[in-house]
Design a protein around this ligand. Structure first.
Ligand SMILES: Nc1nc2c(ncn2[C@@H]2O[C@H](COP(=O)(O)OP(=O)(O)OP(=O)(O)O)[C@@H](O)[C@H]2O)c(=O)[nH]1
Length: 606
């Protein structure tokens, strides 16, 4: 396996490239849970992670970082989607992994896992492995794993149908998957419901392996062997079964993407020498890669060998859109020559298909061109190198630019210092979900709660299903206790969400007041130890006087609790949320069921 830090000439064998696994799946399906499992079980293998978060506040970084050996192994792409707004940043992220690897003395990276956002279309992400020569020369797409939320899949397939009739992200994610993990099987109520979900998946993707699992349970996870180094991605399958135009650029951005590979121009002499060697397909000098690293940054123009690699990958053409096409075809050929995918197509078939495809478009088949040729001579007509197309025509009927339509979906990230008032937060979430559970696709957060010492709480929500629990690590003594939450959904009211959350921050009581809990409802009430006055309303420093001068206040024991959320023991959002949502399966029920669930991930026969 190639070291991510080593120079990778473009003729490098596929097996020497660093494998990349894309984890996709709709919001809240269980991608981060899967990633954490992989990181915990990786053994001695070195795995770098590219984490893409749609939300304004990156909670996943917090949830994943604890399982990484070093924080250098994580590159975050925040507040956008790698399939659209952050598309170019994928290249930068890979460059950053290389840079860090070199900085760590050529630390070997055995594999890279890229977790996309739950709203990402995996097609453009996968396309980058073929379109960008720099990436194509050193990384290979090992497989696309789609985590499916068995409970909400039907809703997600239905929900996001675009008005123009194009398929939504949930469909794309399933269609492009090589392996589908049908997760949260514990939340499926009946065989019938499971059959329906499986039918929906099969209708979209009939060839991917489907494995039923429960990723949040040790006994319900698939074997690691199934997940990494499985070599399941097949460009043939994509071309044949999903998108015949997969290898055609879908936007002008691709041409720009190709420019993203760092160029030698601004590099040092050592870098340029390195570049020149790479361009000639020569091996790097020992230690040269580390030397060439000086000053290189993600996407930096100083990573000389990268650019050289890209030019070599482009065959004869050092610039222009042919570079991408070259890498595409190189990669397609390399893959199909060495490794017939699950669809079983032979290398010859694939090659013939590609040639036919280009011949149909009027390429100059048979024109031989070598890398040493000076292709400025009528370069635009040069399409075939060693029998494979390398340059020139993009599909004139380019598939319509598939804009990632998130116009209606937004994320609201909130950060607030100071511990939260448990009861107020419970009520805030209860009221919010009672009103908007369908539209809140996802919410998650890291919280500090008054009265719980250094326990750091993580809360996770998918529609009305909310889970709460202590994080793997408590707040560190030197760590600033900042509550961070993010809501992702449709038609969110930013102002109301922020203002509501701020009212949840615990504030000290005015002098003389103490807080107690109603023994039955756990609702807090307040007693003034000097006057004996009792109140359900929390006296606040500014309005304490108002409370005190109201005089006639009913005693808590005479009042019906205005809100009846159960907060027994720990934070009990689960029950509050479940109560708020009719017909919802509360996590408590879910985990009760889980005890009797199948003890291992189950593969579903195709
Ligand atoms: N009941 C149940 N819950 C699960 C299972 N797997 C994961 N979860 C929970 O589902 C919630 C979402 O899981 P994540 O792994 O964060 O989902 P994600 O796909 O990474 O979410 P985003 O990155 O926000 O799109 C968490 O509360 C998990 O603990 C499962 O098999 N059963």
């Amino acid at each position: 396996m190639a070291s991510a830090g080593a120079t990778a000439p473009t003729n490098v064998q596929n097996s020497q490239k660093t494998p990349v696994t894309i984890i996709t799946g709709f919001l809240g399906a269980g991608k981060t849970t899967l990633l954490n499992y992989i990181l915990k079980e990786k053994g001695s293998r070195s795995i770098a992670v590219i984490e893409n978060e749609f939300g304004e506040v990156n909670i996943d970084r917090e949830l994943v970082a604890a399982n990484l050996l070093a924080k250098e192994d994580l590159v975050s792409l925040e507040n956008g989607c790698v399939c659209c707004s952050l598309r170019k940043d994928i290249v930068k992220a890979f460059a950053e992994i290389e840079r860090r690897s070199r900085q760590a003395g050529g630390k070997k990276v055995d594999a890279i896992v890229l977790e996309t956002t739950g709203l990402a279309d995996p097609a453009p992400v996968a396309f980058t492995f073929f379109a960008n020569p720099w990436i194509a020369s050193r990384f290979r797409l090992d497989s696309i794993i789609c985590v499916v939320d068995a409970r909400y899949l039907m809703q997600h397939l239905e929900d996001g149908k675009h008005s123009d009739g194009t398929v939504n992200e949930a469909v794309q994610q399933i269609a492009f998957a090589d392996l589908i993990l049908l997760n949260k099987i514990d939340l499926v109520n009946s065989e019938e419901q499971k059959k329906q979900v499986l039918g929906a998946i099969r209708a979209v993707n009939n060839s991917a392996r489907i494995v039923e699992c429960q990723l949040n349970q040790e006994t319900g996870r698939p074997h690691m062997d199934m997940l990494l180094f499985n070599n399941l991605f097949s460009v043939n399958r994509v071309l044949e079964q999903i998108d015949p135009q997969f290898l055609d650029s879908d936007s002008d951005d691709d041409a720009e993407d190709e420019e993203e590979a760092p160029s030698p121009q601004s590099g040092t002499q050592a870098q340029q020498d390195q570049a020149s060697r790479a361009a000639k397909g020569q091996a790097a000098e020992p230690g040269a890669a580390a030397g060439a690293d000086a000053g290189a940054g993600p996407g930096s123009k100083a990573t000389a060998e990268a650019s050289a690699g890209s030019k070599a990958g482009a065959g004869c053409c050092g610039s222009g859109e042919g570079k991408g096409k070259a890498a595409v075809e190189d990669e397609a050929a390399a893959r199909t020559a060495g490794e017939a995918g699950p669809s079983g197509s032979s290398a010859a078939d694939a090659k013939a298909k590609l040639l036919q495809k280009y011949a149909d478009k009027g390429s100059v088949a048979g024109h031989k061109h070598t890398r040493d040729d000076n292709c400025e001579d009528n370069c635009e007509e040069c399409h075939i190198v060693d029998g494979m197309p390398i340059k020139g025509e993009r599909n004139p009927k380019r598939r319509a630019k598939r804009l990632h339509d998130l116009s209606d979906v937004s994320s609201v990230g909130i950060m607030a210092r100071g511990p939260l008032d448990e009861y107020r937060f419970n009520m805030y979430m209860r009221d919010l979900l009672a009103e908007k559970a369908k539209d809140i696709f996802r919410c998650k957060g890291v919280l500090s709660v008054h009265g719980y010492g250094s326990t750091k709480f993580v809360f996770q929500g998918v529609h009305e299903t909310i889970c709460y629990g202590p994080a793997e690590q408590p707040w560190k003594p030197e760590e600033q206790r900042v509550n961070q939450v993010v809501f992702i959904g449709r038609g969110l009211n930013r102002k109301a969400l922020i203002e509501g959350f701020r009212t949840c921050v615990w504030v000290p009581l005015p002098d003389g007041w103490d807080e107690f809990r109603d023994t039955t409802t756990k609702q807090p009430f307040y007693v003034n130890r000097n006057t004996g006055e009792k109140s359900w309303t929390r006296p606040e420093i500014a309005c304490a006087r108002v409370v005190a001068t109201q005089g006639k206040t009913q005693q808590p024991s005479q009042l019906l609790p205005r809100r009846t959320a159960s907060t027994v023991g720990q934070l009990a959002l689960q029950q509050a949320a479940a109560a708020a949502a009719s017909g919802a399966v509360a996590p408590a029920t879910a985990s009760a069921k889980a005890g009797g669930a199948a003890s291992a991930a189950t593969e579903v026969a195709s």
